[in-house]
Design a protein around this ligand. Structure first.
Ligand code: GUN
Length: 172
């Protein structure tokens, strides 16, 4: 279960404790709170589902802003230690901090090509993936059209938020 219990939180508390589940986008937690949280939302799966619905229902402009709030994978900000705690551990968990110089260069090229084509960074839920799988998905997704890729990125971000909530729940 999540602690503090979302259903017992004021709006301010919810944002304080869960606002960062969506990278630099606390409005997603606020929108979920406005729906009226009940004890059914005190588990990570249910809160993640409601928050995900809020993001799916947002305008494409709002969705793109959330995608744009994500740092590049294996990018300069990551190397400079400038990411949020969650992003840092996710990227390190996938071994992205251990890329060879050639792999870093590959990410740099792909990050630039992807942003040039879509206007937002490549986002993927990296849990369970190694850098080879991430690079393969990266090359594959570069072929998508913009609408498909926006929807794919939003689905991945919802998955990232779900994983973050599960990680914050006290195992019981
Ligand atoms: N997937 C999981 N964490 C991250 C992140 O920090 N940046 C991007 N682009 N994708 C991610």
């Amino acid at each position: 279960l999540l602690s503090p219990a979302p259903s017992k939180c004021s709006l301010e508390m919810l944002i304080h404790h869960y606002g960062d589940v969506y990278e630099h986008s606390p409005w997603v937690a606020e929108a979920a709170w406005q729906q009226g949280l009940t004890e059914a939302h005190d588990n990570p799966d249910a809160l993640a589902e409601l928050m995900g619905l809020m993001l799916q229902q947002a305008s494409s402009d709002q969705q793109i802003k959330v995608i744009q709030a994500h740092p590049d994978l294996a990018g300069k900000a990551a190397m400079a230690g400038e990411l949020t705690q969650d992003s840092t551990s996710e990227q390190a968990g996938a071994g992205l901090d251990q890329c060879s110089p050639e792999e870093f260069a590959r990410f740099e090229t792909l990050n630039a090509a992807y942003k040039e084509k879509f206007g937002f960074p490549f986002v993927i839920a990296v849990k369970g993936l190694d850098r080879h799988a991430i690079l393969a998905a990266f090359e594959e997704r570069l072929n998508n059209d913009a609408a498909t890729e926006r929807q794919t990125a939003i689905e991945q971000i919802i998955r990232i938020a779900h994983i973050r909530l599960i990680d914050r729940a006290t195992k019981s």
